[in-house]
Ligand binder design. Structure first.
Ligand code: NAD
Length: 336
């Protein structure tokens, strides 16, 4: 008998514990056994360990190379810096992969959306380099390097090739940030030459947002720096029905963490009404990552089937079903 795969489980804040237990329920229904090491990050970690991201949480992910993570709250303005940014940097999870796909039974303005957002995860304005120059004047430093830009571009093109994608569009503001975004763009164009089977083009970020809202089907894969990737991901989630449906993965050379695009949603936390599908689809990506593609497909098919059926719909999609009811309906179809 082979030993069960081990992974780190982080419940997180707000709706995190609710959607994480929903995703674990669905994972269990696949029959794939993952031996979870539950670790803290976020508000509970501050209360119990005095830090939002305890070293033992990082150590657990380093050891297992795999984590399923609920969202964590980052205070606005002051307070601690983002746990997510710290985690991605500490473990060098440099590629954020966010598939955006229309789902049946979900009313939106768009049909046949099928995009993948690839976001650089380790630098840009998320470097956390901010200081007060003199009172009333602050600087936030945008760091773009050739190394990180080339690495994320290679990841995007390799992903395109491995997943039957046809085109990668680099998104930038190199007309204004000629040095930083100019460097990012140069690196993308250089890497594109090594992948002649994948079409390559680029677009200025503001135009990209307008084109996405007019007709998202004109894009295939978007390749972005950290900040544009963060913002455009939420825009893309809106195209398919909202944050309750958008999954994600943070991938590095030595491991990966799986988490939804959405945050801790404090406005609906603790009410058992959050949509767990985004994290359930992230869990399906986790199954693919560990080589259990058949189980990942079963999870995706179960989600599609529940949504198509329309009988057990979460609140954000106009239904009345609770988080646990949606998870149960998906788990039952996975198991059947
Ligand atoms: P959010 O994603 O938490 O919520 C935005 C809106 O979407 C809210 O109205 C919320 O109710 C709704 N929503 C989000 N997820 C949903 C779900 N699964 N089901 C139904 N509705 C859902 O964004 P925010 O309010 O800007 O951020 C809240 C906190 O989350 C902040 O502290 C932010 O820093 C943090 N955050 C964390 C992560 C992460 O941990 N990966 C990502 C984004 C934001």
């Amino acid at each position: 008998m082979t030993a069960a795969r081990k992974g780190t489980l982080i419940a997180g804040d707000g709706i995190g514990p609710e959607v994480v237990s929903a995703a674990v329920r669905v994972l269990e229904a696949t029959g794939i056994v993952i031996d979870w090491d539950a670790q803290m990050a976020g508000a509970m970690a501050i209360a119990k360990e005095g830090t939002p991201l305890p070293e033992k949480t990082l150590e657990s992910i380093r050891t297992h190379g795999l984590a399923l993570k609920g969202p964590t709250t980052t205070p606005v303005g002051g307070g601690h810096t983002s746990i997510n940014v710290a985690l991605r940097k500490a473990l060098d999870l440099y590629a954020n992969v966010r598939p955006i796909k229309s789902l049946p039974g979900v009313k939106t303005r768009y049909e046949n959306v099928d995009l993948v957002v690839i976001r650089e995860n380790t630098e840009d304005l998320y470097s956390g380099l901010e200081h007060v120059v003199v009172p009333g004047v602050v600087e936030s430093i945008k760091v773009i390097t050739e190394k990180a830009s080339t690495r994320i571009a290679k990841f995007a093109f390799a992903y395109a090739r491995a997943n039957g994608r046809k085109r990668v569009t680099a998104v930038h503001k190199a007309n204004i940030m000629k040095l930083s975004d100019g460097l990012f763009l140069d690196c993308c164009a250089k890497v594109a030459k090594d992948f002649p089977d994948i079409k390559y083009d680029d677009i200025i970020v503001d135009n990209c947002c307008m084109q996405l809202v007019l007709d998202p089907t004109r894009f295939d894969m978007l390749l972005l720096e950290n900040l544009y990737g963060d913002i455009v991901s939420d825009l893309c989630a809106g195209l398919i029905g909202g944050l309750g449906l958008a999954p994600g993965a943070n991938v590095g050379e030595k491991g990966a963490t799986f988490e939804a695009v959405h945050g801790s949603a404090p406005d609906i936390a603790g009410k058992n009404i959050a949509n767990p599908i985004a994290l359930i689809l992230s869990a399906a990506m986790l199954l693919d990552y560990i080589g259990e593609n058949a189980a990942g497909n079963r999870v995706r098919e179960a989600v599609l089937s529940v949504l198509k059926d329309g009988k057990v719909m979460p609140r954000d999609l106009g239904g009345t079903a609770s988080t646990t009811a949606v998870a149960e309906a998906i788990a039952e179809r996975v198991a059947s």
